[in-house]
Design a protein around this ligand. Structure first.
Ligand code: HEM
Length: 359
C-alpha cells in the first residue's frame, strides 16, 4: 500500500515547532518577547540554509570548464533567488523591532555569551561567496565558536567559492583578443579621449575659479591613473598586492568587455549574471547595515554579547566586507554607448551566434 503522507510529518513539524525554548521561562522569569526573538532567529537560519543550498549549486555550475548557456540561465535564476531571500531577511528586522529595547533587556542578560556572531551558516555563506580572511574587520571570530563549528568552517575553506568560480569563468572568455585586435587597446584610446574631454571642459569652464579647476583636474588625474593600471599588468599586480583589487587582471578585462558589449546576444546572459552578483553583494551589505541599525536601536553603544564593540564593528563590516567590489567599481570606466568602440566584424559575428542558432 502506498504511504499515506501527512502534512505534519512531511514538514517535520513536530521537530520544528517544539524547538523554541525561551530561557527566561525556564528560569522562572518569563519575558514575553523572547519567543519572537527565538522564532525570528530560527527563520533566519532556515533562510541561510536555503541560500547555502542555492549557492552550492551555482558554484557547481559556474566552475565547470565549459558552462552551457542554459546553465548560466539556471545559475542566474538561483542567484536572484538568494537575492530575494536576503530582501526578505532585511524586511524581517522590522518584525523583530516590534520588540522594544526595554523588552529586549528583560532577557538579554540570559543570552551571554551566545551571539549571532556564532552563526555557522552565516559564516559559511560569507566564505562560500568568497569573503577572504584578509578582508575581515575582525580576524579572530572563530575563537567564539565551538570545536564542531570550527571544524566545519575549516572544511568550507578548502571548498571552491563563488568568487573563485566566477573569476575562472571570466578568465576563460574568448573574445578579448582575436587576430590583431586587442580589446583593451581599442577601449583604452576611447577612455583617454573621454578624460581629455573632461579636462578640456574644466579648463574652459567660465564659472570655475583657478583653485576649483586645479582640484577638479587633480581628481581627473587620480581617476585616469587608476584606469591605466587596468591595462598594465605590472601596475595591476601592484594593486592586487596592496589589496586594492581582488579580481585578476584578465577577469577584470573580461567583465569590462561584457559590460560594454552586453547588447550582443551571446553576452546578454553573462551580463545579467554579473549584474546579479553585484546586486547580491549590495543586498548582503544592506543586510549588514540594517542589522547594525537595529543593533544601535536595541543596545545603543553597549558591547555585543559575542564580545565585539557591537554597533561600531558591525558598521565597519558593512563598509569593508564586500565580495564583488571590483565588479561594481568598473562603472567608473564605462563610456556613453555612442562612444564605445565598434568591434571587428569577426567578433561581432561570433557574438551574434545565439540569434543565428535560435532566431
Ligand atoms: C535584538 C536583536 C539583536 C541584537 C541586539 C544583535 C546584536 C549583535 C551584535 C552586537 C553583534 C556583534 C557581535 C557581538 O559582539 O555579539 C551581532 C552579530 C551578528 N548578529 Fe546580531 N543581533 C540581533 C539580532 C540578530 C538576528 C535576528 C540575526 C539573524 C540571524 C543576527 C545575526 C547576527 C550575525 C550573523 C552576526 C555576525 C555579523 C558579523 O560578524 O559580521 N542578529 N549581533
Amino acid at each position: 500500500m502506498a504511504d499515506h503522507l501527512y502534512y505534519r510529518d512531511y514538514l517535520a513539524l513536530d521537530t520544528i515547532l517544539s524547538a523554541q525554548h525561551p530561557r527566561s521561562r525556564q528560569q522562572g522569569k518569563a519575558a514575553h518577547d523572547e519567543m519572537l526573538f527565538i522564532t525570528v532567529h530560527q527563520v533566519y537560519e532556515l533562510w541561510f540554509k536555503q541560500a547555502l543550498y542555492e549557492l552550492d549549486s551555482i558554484i557547481t555550475i559556474v566552475q565547470q570548464p565549459y558552462v552551457p548557456e542554459h546553465e548560466v540561465a539556471t545559475a542566474l535564476f538561483r542567484l536572484e533567488r538568494i537575492g530575494e531571500i536576503f530582501r526578505l531577511a532585511i524586511a524581517q528586522f522590522d518584525l523583530l523591532e516590534t520588540m522594544t529595547p526595554l523588552d529586549f533587556l528583560a532577557f538579554r542578560d540570559l543570552l551571554h555569551p551566545a551571539s549571532g556572531f556564532q552563526s555557522l551558516q552565516f559564516r559559511l555563506l560569507e566564505i562560500r561567496l568568497g569573503l577572504d580572511d584578509e578582508t575581515r574587520v575582525l580576524k579572530g571570530f572563530e575563537q567564539s565558536l565551538d570545536e564542531r563549528d570550527r571544524a566545519e568552517l575549516q572544511a568550507a575553506r578548502s571548498q571552491p567559492t563563488l568568487f573563485g568560480a566566477v573569476q575562472a569563468w571570466l578568465e576563460r572568455m574568448p573574445f578579448l583578443e582575436v587576430g590583431a585586435y586587442r580589446f583593451w587597446e581599442a577601449y583604452r584610446g576611447a577612455v583617454i579621449r573621454m578624460f581629455e574631454r573632461e579636462r578640456r571642459a574644466v579648463l574652459e569652464h567660465p564659472a570655475l575659479t583657478d583653485e576649483e579647476k586645479h582640484r577638479k583636474l587633480q581628481q581627473i588625474h587620480v581617476n585616469e591613473s587608476a584606469f591605466h593600471a587596468l591595462f598594465e599588468p605590472e601596475r595591476y599586480e601592484e594593486l592586487l598586492r596592496r589589496r586594492q583589487r581582488r579580481l585578476s587582471h584578465r577577469a577584470t578585462l573580461a567583465a569590462l568587455f561584457i559590460m560594454l558589449y552586453r547588447d550582443y546576444p551571446l553576452l546578454q546572459l553573462p551580463f545579467r549574471f554579473l549584474d546579479a552578483l553585484i546586486r547580491l553583494d549590495h543586498r548582503f551589505s544592506l543586510w549588514r547595515y540594517r542589522h547594525a541599525v537595529m543593533v544601535n536601536r536595541m543596545i545603543g553603544r553597549k558591547v555585543g554579547t559575542g564580545g565585539s564593540s557591537g554597533y561600531e564593528y558591525l558598521l565597519q563590516t558593512t563598509l569593508q566586507q564586500h565580495i564583488f567590489q571590483d565588479l561594481s567599481s568598473l562603472a567608473s570606466y564605462l563610456l556613453p554607448p555612442a562612444e564605445i568602440p565598434p568591434l571587428p566584424a569577426e567578433i561581432e559575428n561570433r557574438l551574434r551566434f545565439a540569434v543565428e542558432v535560435h532566431g
